[in-house]
Design a protein around this ligand. Sequence first.
Ligand code: ASP
Length: 341
Amino acid sequence: MKTPSLLIIYTGGTIGMVIDPSSGALQPYTFDDIYKLMPVLHNFDYTLQFVSFDPLIDSSNVTPSFWVKLATVIEENYDKYDGFVVLHGTDTMSYSASMLSFMLENLDKPVIFTGSQLPMGVVRTDGRDNFINAIEIAAAQKDGLPVVPEVAIYFENKLMRGNRTSKFNAENFNAFLSGNYPPLAEVGVHIRYNTEMILKPGNYNLKINKELDNSVIILKLFPGIAEVVVKNALNITGLKGVILETYGAGNAPTDSWFIDALTQAIDKGIIIYNVTQCKGGAVDMGKYETSMLLSLIGVVGGSDITTESAIAKMMYLLGQGYTGSELKKFLQLSLRGELTV
Ligand code: ASP
């Protein structure tokens, strides 16, 4: 039987850093020498190939063109490999994993993101375990088919659906949360896959959607948010989509200035997507009086989608040219397992 072959795509972030012996500063490591840093990689019975982004980036610098570049690397190598491991900074990993899940339509191979809180070149690094387990998972096959044919994040003993995650801790090794979806796999002595919860491979050929439209904003509510702030935000020229981060089960102030501002934006064709600020649970418009009005004026409910996934989904759908009722329909459907319907 042919051994699995994987492409490791190194984009930057803490995981690839080592300490420069002369200056003591952290600097990106060139993966040409990865076997020196991690000789254990020789023990894998898989074919591993490496490709590095140039320049390597801190993930705070991720842009839509970065996502297009990443999707293109996967596209160009899709037939040559059985799976992909993406080494990425943790700061925006949930955004990137969400976006790639939408860009890679009909995916039937694993795309496993991972990174670390401590650089690979540090003795106590979490990067080594994360990297090794991400490789194992990307290579895992059953009856000749990949076990995880979806975009996922592996971090600190857990494999999570990428578009269900948020980075929630800047200190702990356990840095990612999937508040509304169970882990796809848990790693201890064994790697235990939660097979029922893993997406089935696409039935059609992979389609890479590279058109993204970032005419979007995230508007997070807080008690005391000023009228001028809301009005100006909703009046941004060219604005097409708003992720409205509301309280609890999708609740918002009932002040008439607030509802009027949203109504005017909706009348101009701007789509407002209601996402909860909570890390678990869902928007349920109409449950409280404070969300009933939103529903009546045409705000779209985002169920239990994360903010990261909502913004990625909005950019992706707008990029596909969807507007009006069609856009609203797709926002409420689960396209890649990103929300519960
Ligand atoms: N700032 C880094 C990044 O996201 C942090 C990390 O990699 O964990 O690229």
